[in-house]
Design a binder for this molecule. Structure first.
Ligand SMILES: Cc1ncc(COP(=O)(O)O)c(C=O)c1O
Length: 417
């Protein structure tokens, strides 16, 4: 069958591929700690009970017709208040767009700003920018970052690629690393973007930052920073991506919000409308009500974050212990989100039955089979397959399973020669 050039060259999600293999092995009876998918096991991490009740109640009230194209007003107003309260950001309801989770907002940002052949710059590792570049036929520039900077991009790394670029896609706390920008790091990047925009001629397209702060309410002590807070002039050039999927463990509820300059948000509204990618109306109504009760939100967030942090720290401490025992592993201290960055430097080693682990995918599948531990190599986030770094996502795994997995990893690594 003939499909479009775009469809025939689409690449599926590597993470879902690994996740599917793990599920297949589990189906056959294997016991595997699944640290692959950036999702939650809803029996371990259910959504807030008040939100659940609110959604059911909204259906009882027949909130079942089309929502307004930009989202129900009460939710946009609630989000406006939330942004002011939590991040000191001033965005009125007209600068906020609701959609069915945050992905449509990312795609709409790309579609609203990027013409075929325009340059989009993003760090590697990062999540899914390569796919959105493909969908918009962008000229893709993936800038490699390094462990010394917690895999967050620096102004010096980005600057050489920004001349004439249309979009710089940033994210903090970052998927896949669970690390965050410091104020100084991000301010330097903003300065480079402002300088680039000043150098552009009248009528020339500006350079925008898409700032994905999906995990901004899931931080463990470090302050979340954003371009507009550090450089108010960045307000004209920043489109924020945000939403409820991760901070409320509500990935299946599908309510996301984006905000930025009203004229761009308006175009994104039309794009999301043509896709019909609105959030279900009942979920919007319930979400608006839920976020109006700050005490209840804080109680949920504190409990939820503590459990996620406990899991990340158990994993982090486990790998640091192995490192101290002389294993070729390392980890970066968790700062936010649901992810830990782990180094497992065993590429080039051989298994007990003589099989060479030639790349990070081989190491990953060895650990799945031998240790019942499934991670995602950074090659799934735009890095080379010889890079020994991996993402562990703790949302779909109980703390006990993580603790029980560590001795199995130790035993499996001990067998490599
Ligand atoms: C950084 C980041 N942004 C956006 C999303 C998309 O979220 P949603 O499920 O609301 O579409 C994800 C999901 O994994 C993410 O990690």
């Amino acid at each position: 069958m003939k499909v479009s050039a775009l469809a025939s060259s689409l690449i599926g999600s590597e993470i879902i591929k690994i996740g599917n293999e793990v599920n297949e092995m589990k189906r056959k009876g294997a016991s595997i700690a699944n640290l692959t998918i950036g999702d939650f096991d809803s029996s371990i991490y259910p959504i807030p009970s008040e939100l659940k009740t609110g959604i059911v109640e909204a259906y009882h009230q027949n909130q079942t017709n089309y929502p307004p194209a930009d989202g129900v007003l009460s939710l946009r107003e609630t989000v406006s208040g939330l942004l002011k309260d939590r991040f000191d950001l001033d965005y009125g309801a007209n600068s906020i767009l609701i959609s069915g989770g945050s992905r449509p907002l990312i795609y709409a940002t790309y579609l609203a700003l990027v013409d075929p052949g325009d340059t989009v710059v993003f760090p590697a590792p990062s999540w899914n920018n390569n796919h959105y570049c493909h969908l918009t036929s962008a000229n893709t520039v993936a800038v490699k970052t390094d462990a010394e900077n917690n895999f967050m991009p620096t102004a010096a790394q980005l600057k050489p690629h920004l001349k004439g670029a249309t979009l710089l896609a940033l994210c903090s706390p970052l998927n896949p690393t669970g690390t965050m920008f410091s104020a100084a790091q991000l301010a330097e990047i903003c300065d480079v973007v402002l300088e680039e925009n000043k150098s552009r001629k009248e009528g020339e397209k500006a350079l925008y930052i898409m700032y994905d702060q999906m995990y901004s309410l899931l931080t463990f002590g470090k302050e979340h920073v954003h371009p507009v807070g550090l450089r108010p002039e960045m307000k004209d050039y920043t489109i924020f991506i945000d939403g409820s999927s991760k901070c409320l463990a509500a990935t299946g509820v599908r309510v996301g919000w984006g905000f930025g300059p009203a004229e761009i948000i308006n175009k994104m509204k039309a794009i999301v409308g043509h896709m019909g990618a609105w959030a279900p109306k009942a979920e919007q109504v319930a979400m608006a009500d839920y976020f109006q009760h700050k005490g209840q939100v804080d109680t949920f967030l504190n409990g939820f974050k503590k459990r996620i942090q406990d899991s990340l720290e158990a994993l982090y401490n486990g790998f640091i212990e192995l490192k101290n025992e002389g294993f070729n592993v390392d980890a970066i201290e968790p700062m936010g989100a649901i992810y830990l960055t782990i180094k497992i430097d065993y590429i080039g080693k051989s298994t007990a039955d003589g099989q060479l682990l030639k790349d990070s995918a081989d190491v990953n599948f060895y650990l799945i089979k031998e240790a019942g531990a499934a991670l995602v190599p950074f090659s799934a986030f735009g890095n080379e397959d010889h890079m020994p770094w991996f993402r562990a996502s703790v949302g779909a795994c109980a703390l006990q399973d993580i603790k029980e997995m560590m001795p199995r990893i130790k035993a499996a690594l001990s067998k490599l020669k």
